[in-house]
Design a protein around this ligand. Structure first.
Ligand SMILES: Nc1ncnc2c1ncn2[C@@H]1O[C@H](COP(=O)(O)OP(=O)(O)OP(=O)(O)O)[C@@H](O)[C@H]1O
Ligand SMILES: Nc1ncnc2c1ncn2[C@@H]1O[C@H](COP(=O)(O)OP(=O)(O)OP(=O)(O)O)[C@@H](O)[C@H]1O
Lengths: 224, 224
């Protein structure tokens, strides 16, 4: 069973620790702030107040035995680098760290962090994209060239089959799913996954479409 | 042409402002910190140093004319609430705000914020999910019941057609795309979007699969 250490219990670290613990993972959560440590006390395997730049304290908490370490100790770039070096010296190979800035992230990568995360930057881009392309309810970049978007079925397609709406022929996109308005008797969403070309699109449906970015862009113009 | 105001230029706000501006949007960026304001000065339409709780200052900067306001002013919950009320009084309907905590988010929603974002919390869940389900390179929750996952083609399927691999019959999942290893002559990725059942899966391929969560879960067990 894998063991995890989460170092730094800010908004990011605390949520990582809690999500892992909620999925039955073995988590050692550490922070120098006593209140944050206490907040997690009965929700993770072990929650310890310590300064993560103190190697002895880390070892006493058992951090050297973990398989994965997630480091998110905020403003102090110097401290995060020190902690990273201590973890590497302990032989922990899989280290994930939250970066404060691009420069911080570059340093972390060069020092061997396997995954650097930029939560604020990534969400900011997602939010901005939603403002620039409000026709789409969701926009997932599958690759630099292909995206999956969710959009309300345009009026022009209401009552037509997917084939008659000519989504593949005119727009070059594939409808991978249709979500019907409303819920079924059990309160669950009504999804038509991998719909047939003969399936009809109805007003109120949400369409989930996969296509090349240029084609997706053209789809925006027919909304709503 | 839509006008945007971004209030608070921390990691989130600054990136929202820059992404909007890079897409030709008209952005008024404000912050009380002169260094952060200067950082954006030649990259957005207007970058102003001001205290966003000062209505007169907001009006002088032209904020009352924007269509959308993004508020991300950090630690000070009281200040963010004051700013929100000022923006509402100015008649700005589309307000997006970054929340510091769940409680902060609830207050913002009740006060009429259209979209509350939790960048650290959402990214933390994504990172944790990647650690819990390392078999998947990417995991997108399409809905509470359906997900799209990206995974390396399991050895068991190498050389088989999608039909022979029985992904639909045995696992109940749909292969919506296959990414081949390597790049084409132009340096672009090699994608087979909406592959045919007769298309072959090869070792080194990345499969993009859509299915119900329970079926996706079973797919984890055959990796790699
Ligand atoms: N040397 C250290 N040892 C242990 N914990 C530390 C150390 N330095 C900072 N921390 C803790 O790291 C946590 C995260 O720091 P901070 O809140 O400044 O970062 P942040 O990146 O803004 O966090 P988030 O965005 O995830 O809320 C804090 O709880 C802080 O107490
Ligand atoms: N009253 C105010 N008027 C204008 N700007 C403000 C005000 N209060 C705070 N700010 C600015 O808001 C910005 C974001 O604040 P802070 O960095 O504390 O939040 P944060 O949520 O940790 O940010 P992020 O996670 O996006 O980096 C700061 O640049 C700060 O100067």
């Amino acid at each position: 069973k894998k063991q995890f250490a989460v170092i730094g219990l800010g908004r990011f670290g605390a949520e990582v620790a809690l999500t892992l613990a909620a999925n039955n993972c073995d988590v050692i959560a550490v922070d120098k702030d006593e209140a944050r440590v206490r907040e997690l006390a009965d929700r993770v395997a072990l929650s310890v107040e310590l300064d993560a730049t103190d190697e002895k304290a880390l070892r006493e908490a058992g951090v050297q035995n973990v398989d994965v370490a997630v480091v998110s100790i905020g403003e102090n770039i110097e401290a995060s680098i020190l902690v990273l070096m201590l973890l590497k010296d302990m032989g922990i190979k899989n280290i994930i760290a939250k970066a404060q800035s691009r420069m911080h992230g570059r340093i972390l990568y060069q020092l061997g962090v396997r995954q650097v995360v930029y939560p604020e930057r990534d969400m900011a881009r997602k939010v901005a994209r939603g403002l620039i392309m409000p026709e789409f309810m969701e926009h997932i970049e599958l690759s630099p060239e292909y995206s999956i978007v969710e959009l309300p079925a345009p009026d022009a397609f209401a009552g037509k089959s997917i084939l008659d709406a000519k989504l593949r022929t005119d727009y070059g996109v594939t409808v991978i799913a249709i979500k019907k308005q409303g819920l079924d008797k059990g309160g669950k969403e009504l999804w038509n996954i991998n719909p047939l070309p003969s399936d009809k699109i109805q007003s109120g449906d949400t369409m989930v479409v996969l296509g090349a970015n240029g084609d997706i862009e053209r789809l925006r113009k027919i909304s709503p």
